[in-house]
Design a protein around this ligand. Structure first.
Ligand code: GDP
Ligand code: MG
Length: 370
């Protein structure tokens, strides 16, 4: 049901809350300024106070905000966005670190990478690849729950000395449900007890057929510890991306998803946003969940400021008025009024949902990915 607080109603009419309360009292209802009233009552109040009422259907508020179509001719290739999954201790964090570190060292010597929740590296073939590096955070779960698809490819890490384990199987199922292709990274091949053949056979039992066994799933034997075959893994990702023919329109206004967000003491709310379509520019008005802001600065994973960020590029966004949540979808809007309309609507929705739900559950996916 559509509702509004008395405060919000008063604000929208530029009336005093007390006048609204007084009017409701005349009709026999006692209210506080923070009380929620239904849309019909709100309409009566507004009309009584001489305001023209335009009822906006709930679904209209976000109309045109996301997924508006692009012209085929505007689409250009974009980098793949990769998430690493696998059983605990199979080497997800080590692999993410190794890939990032290898790239930083080869790029600018001694460059300090900062953790922003996602990073981009260059594959040996020269093409960029974006990694979401907060597997353990609630981000992935939250994103999927909200219908935001941020991952193009899942790299499934399986330790060669341990084989397929329960969370490996879960990851396979999740990737399948999300219709995201897998690339298998058989990790820890440096270990004397590594048995990559066993991993292949076990994967087969879960309908993952790797290339060397006649299947279609790319597989690379790696060692995160010894930084072995990381280039081959990146090449495999690029190859898979080519098959997927990933494209986006960089010329439209930006859409994306919040990967991570926090309140920084000095800088205020800081959100890592993965841009998915369009180009995000400094000065853009953005909404994310129930928050909005004007982009004050954009920083990449090396801490360098940027003027803009195109498709598949992860950036830290400064300028939000409040801290959005991981998984919130981001969109650029044309005016402050629109930003307020959307975020106020979402704020109301959040309150309603929280009231209806009570507690919140924790998904196994977030555990699996840590
Ligand atoms: P996660 O739980 O999947 O993130 O796994 P971690 O990256 O934390 O790794 C778990 C353990 O395996 C750590 O002690 C790592 O040092 C070790 N490890 C990760 N990759 C390799 C590898 O390629 N070879 C060997 N020998 N050990 C590894
Ligand atoms: Mg880890």
């Amino acid at each position: 049901p559509e509702t509004i607080t008395i405060q919000e109603l008063a604000n929208r009419m530029s009336e005093r809350g007390v006048d609204v309360i007084r009017l409701l009292m005349k009709q026999g209802a006692m209210h506080k300024i923070t009380d929620v009233i239904d849309a019909d009552t709100a309409q009566l109040v507004a009309e009584e106070l001489g305001h023209a009422v335009k009822r906006v259907a709930e679904s209209d508020v976000e109309e045109g905000l996301f997924d508006t179509p692009d012209l085929e001719s505007d689409l250009v290739s974009r980098p793949p966005v990769v998430t690493i999954m696998g059983h605990v201790d199979h080497g997800k964090t080590s692999l993410l670190d190794a890939i990032r570190h290898a790239n930083v060292v080869s790029g600018e010597a001694g460059g300090i990478t900062q953790h922003i929740g996602a990073y981009q590296v260059t594959a040996p073939n020269g093409l960029p690849v974006t990694f979401i590096d907060t597997p353990g955070h609630a981000a992935f779960t939250a994103m999927r729950a909200r219908g935001a698809k941020v991952t193009d490819i899942v790299v499934l890490v399986v330790a060669a000395d341990d084989g397929v384990m329960p969370q490996t199987i879960e990851a396979i199922h999740h990737a399948r449900a999300a219709k995201v292709p897998l690339i298998v990274a058989i990790n820890k091949i440096d270990k004397p007890d590594a048995r990559p053949e066993r991993v292949r056979t076990e994967l087969l039992q879960h309908e993952v057929q790797v290339e060397s066994m006649g299947g279609e799933t790319l597989e690379i034997e790696v060692s995160a510890k010894q930084k072995l075959n990381l280039d081959k893994l990146l090449d495999a990702i690029s190859l898979q991306a080519e098959v997927l023919d990933l494209k986006a329109n960089p010329t439209r206004s930006a859409e994306g998803t919040v990967i991570e967000a926090r309140l920084d003491k000095g800088r205020g709310p800081v959100a890592t946003v993965l841009v998915q379509r369009g180009t995000l520019d400094v000065g853009d008005l953005v909404v994310a969940g129930a928050q909005w802001g004007k982009v004050r600065a954009l920083l990449d994973d090396q801490g360098q400021t940027r003027q803009d960020a195109g498709p598949s590029f992860p950036v830290e966004v400064l300028g939000f008025s409040g801290t959005p949540e991981a998984g919130d979808r981001v969109a650029v809007v044309e005016s402050e009024a629109r930003a307020r309309e959307i975020t106020e609507y979402r704020e109301r929705q959040k309150r309603d949902q929280a009231a209806a739900r009570g507690g919140s559950g924790r998904s196994s996916l977030s555990d699996m990915m840590s």
